[in-house]
Ligand binder design. Structure first.
Ligand code: UDP
Length: 484
């Protein structure tokens, strides 16, 4: 029997059982009572939209109706998700907000709170409609405090999706401790100090709000996830038990005293085998797959720094010549806007002839398919959490070049805890890039890393089987939703 079908049937049984248990006084009995509807509201950035829609896909596969609430900014395309309903909120991020993600998130919350549009949208979704199942809860991105406040005002429970790792979840909740114990603000002399309360992290792996031009903004962003989680009916984390068992145990211990359950349901991009919604906001250049088909197994280094980070013009030149000089085949995603302050990227003179037949440069890749391709033997990444999990799932070893926020702890875990990659630290320089690529893909040290990446791939695949930890966590999550 098809697994998702089995899951759906099994969930239906759970649904009936929990509905019988719950049976709110005054609610009308009928077909609508046997099912439930959820609303999901992702933060409108690529690394947050994808996991939220993937979670929604898994819930839909278990029989729940899904409505996606979204902003006009980076709106998902409803035609790509025919199973979901879509409701747009007209709020926009003001044009004068600095283009960094932190300022945009805070501005979006402020605008949504002031306009009341989210509240109005939720109120109309909550109106009883006998044809539709009852609305059980709102899933929000962990940063969307305004949406949570709107839901709370209407008596609608929220569940919070954490699109980062469990380690990062714990880290962001530990900033008072980090400041009290003097780890932060970071100084030149304590950068290599291990944080004994949060191994394997060191001070240099911390996002330090005091280093931002506006410290308060940095501090505020850290508090958002703690605030939404504390006020929620549950935390959903895009990770899996075998990857972060200790971190998950600590989170459950910390949240348990407040009666908040935590569900580890990752890797979300592989959770539902029936949901095939296309979540990419940019057009994927699929010619790279044809090119990969012509390359030898494990020979290609895939290079991508995600959807938001920037590099300087100098770093760009070193990356280009590092790749050109390393002698290995590579596929490089040179996203529009990757170089800070440069609209139209020009490859350096002589680069194309130097890499002819060996290198391919594209603007946006079908990344999950690339990482799953047999020709790919390594991933030079900025260590965004989605990229990291996608690489873990395919057993691809990583060269980690984290730039800010949660990328820093992710890179540290890749190197020191899971030992499935190496950190690329210090000022980028072409010679050092070449040596790091050789170390990862050829040397004996790299062979151990490649072996461990394969072992972890097996664990990632096991947690997704029908009796695997992540599938069982979604079963429990559905049961929990229906009990709300
Ligand atoms: N991605 C993609 N094509 C690319 C580069 C990235 O589809 O060429 C996707 C990638 O698969 C991942 C997301 O963009 O799901 C990036 O998320 P991540 O958390 O790694 O980084 P962020 O963009 O949030 O910094």
């Amino acid at each position: 029997m098809n697994r998702e079908l089995y899951k759906t049937e099994k969930s239906s049984i759970i649904i009936l059982a929990s509905q019988e248990r719950r049976s709110r006084p005054g609610r009308m009995a009928g077909i609508a009572d046997r099912r439930a509807r959820v609303v999901v509201f992702p933060l409108p950035f690529q690394g947050h939209i994808s996991p939220m829609l993937q979670l929604a896909g898994a819930l839909h596969a278990r029989g729940l109706d899904v409505t996606v609430l979204h902003t006009a900014f980076n709106a998902p395309d409803p035609a790509r998700h025919p199973a979901f309903s879509f409701v747009a909120v007209p709020d926009v991020i003001p044009a004068n907000v600095p283009s960094n993600g932190i300022a945009k998130i805070l501005a979006l919350n402020a605008v949504m709170e002031a306009s009341g549009h989210v509240r109005d949208a939720l109120a109309s979704l909550l109106e009883e409609d006998e044809e539709r199942p009852r609305l059980a809860c709102l899933f929000i991105d962990s940063t969307l405090t305004a949406a949570q406040k709107a839901a709370a005002g209407l008596g609608l429970p929220t569940l919070v999706l954490h699109t980062g790792s469990a380690a990062c979840f714990r880290l962001f909740r530990s900033y008072d401790m980090l400041q009290d114990k003097g780890y932060l603000p970071a100084t030149e002399s304590n950068l290599h100090l291990p944080i004994k309360e949060l191994p394997p992290l060191q001070v240099r792996d911390l996002f330090d709000p005091s280093k931002l031009p506006n410290k308060e903004i940095g501090q505020k962003i850290l508090n958002l996830a703690t605030e939404t989680t504390t006020n929620s009916s549950g935390a959903i984390i895009n990770t899996f038990e075998d990857l972060e068992s200790h971190e998950l145990e600590m989170i459950r211990f910390e949240l348990g005293s407040n009666g908040i359950p935590a569900f580890a349901v990752g890797p979300l991009h592989k959770l539902s085998s029936t949901y095939s919604g296309e979540t990419s906001l940019l057009n994927e250049d699929r010619t790279c797959i044809e090119w990969l088909n012509t390359q030898a197994p494990y020979s290609v280094l895939y290079v991508s720094f995600g959807s938001v980070v920037h590099v300087t013009q100098e770093e760009f030149m070193e990356i280009a010549w590092g790749l050109a000089n390393c002698g290995k085949p590579f596929l490089w995603v040179l996203r529009l806007g990757l170089i800070a302050g440069v609209e139209k990227t020009e490859l350096p003179e002589g680069f194309e002839s130097a890499v002819q037949g060996r290198g391919m440069v594209i603007e946006w890749a079908p990344q999950q398919e690339v990482l799953a391709h047999s020709a790919v033997g390594g991933f030079w990444t900025h260590s965004g959490w989605n990229s990291t999990l996608e690489s873990v799932h395919e057993g691809v070893p990583m060269l980690s070049r984290p730039l800010f926020g949660d990328q820093l702890p992710n890179g540290r875990y890749v190197q020191d805890t899971w030992k499935i990659g190496f950190l690329l630290e210090g000022v980028l320089e072409r010679g050092m890039i070449g040596r790091a690529i050789t170390r990862l893909t050829e040397e004996s040290e790299g062979a151990m890393v490649r072996e461990r990446a394969k072992d972890l791939k097996e664990k990632a695949q096991l947690c997704l089987k029908s009796n695997g930890s992540s599938q069982m966590a979604v079963d429990k999550l559905v049961d929990h939703i229906l009990s709300l």
